[in-house]
Write a protein that binds this ligand. Sequence first.
Ligand code: PRT
Ligand code: ZN
Length: 286
Amino acid sequence: MSTVLRIAIQKSGRLQEDSLKLLKESGLQFSNGRDQLKAQARNFPVELLFLRDDDIPQYIEDRVADVGIVGENVWIEKEKHNELIKRLDFAKCRLSIAIPRAEEYTGISYLKGKNIATSYPVIVKQFLAKNNIEAGIHEISGSVEIAPGIGLADAICDIVSTGSTLLSNGLKEVEVVLQSEAVLIATPSLEKGKQALLDQLLFRIQAVQSAKNNKYILLNCPNEAIEKITSVIPGMKSPTIMPLGRPGWSSLHSVVNENDFWERIGQLKSFGAEGILVIPIEKMIA
Ligand code: PRT
Ligand code: ZN
């Protein structure tokens, strides 16, 4: 039987769409049957397994799946024998402790002797131990944010993204326990053939991520500005420079990083750049 890499992704929920999108952008083609348990890629030896996110670390430990995509929070909480292979830059959130808004928070010692409701007992326990705090942990599986209001707990530890859930339940965030995003996890020692497939996939994911973080930039500039401009947008090796029809002017093509995009544009304009065009990049391979 030929080697196939089995990738577990969330069946439905916050991770599903972006997980599939990443794999599609990495060139994998699947027939979309949402209700199915498995899907075979048409053009790459990959099989997808659609599972509940909480079950993915266990399936990987049991080697039913080889790799999987879960929130870092789930990966840590489940304490399975899996390795974090790559951070995937989506489903960003934080796991935080929150208390009723009317309470005065006096620092972490406030939590001493309190009862904290959470779906993440392992992570909360580690956090409390690290900070030398003794507190009770009340594990509940959903609707954690209502626990203080119904007298079930003094505080909660739950996922926060915009903070609006806390707000509408009369709570305030007081400690960030963990920053999380979607991660690719895998069995520690994959057999050689599967590892080779994973390496190919990682190479593609890297190309997709680099492309997202960069833009292709074209501009016109007076020839005497070329050196200065090159120093701020050196590109992958060096910019492409072509003479314009107008004497003394050139067209310069390069790559600019998303993070310092606006700062660079400001600099380029001050150096005399004109007619600046910025274009998304689909894949980027260094
Ligand atoms: O059914 P299954 O078990 O597979 O899914 P699930 O319901 O357990 O998980 P799901 O789909 O809700 O979330 C999957 C993963 O997405 C989580 O493990 C996190 O890593 C990540 N993620 C990112 C979030 C959020 N953002 C998020 N906002 N997970 C949950 N929330 C919830 C949070 O629990 C709270 O109720 O949204 C609320 C807070 O959001 P704000 O915007 O009001 O702060
Ligand atoms: Zn879940």
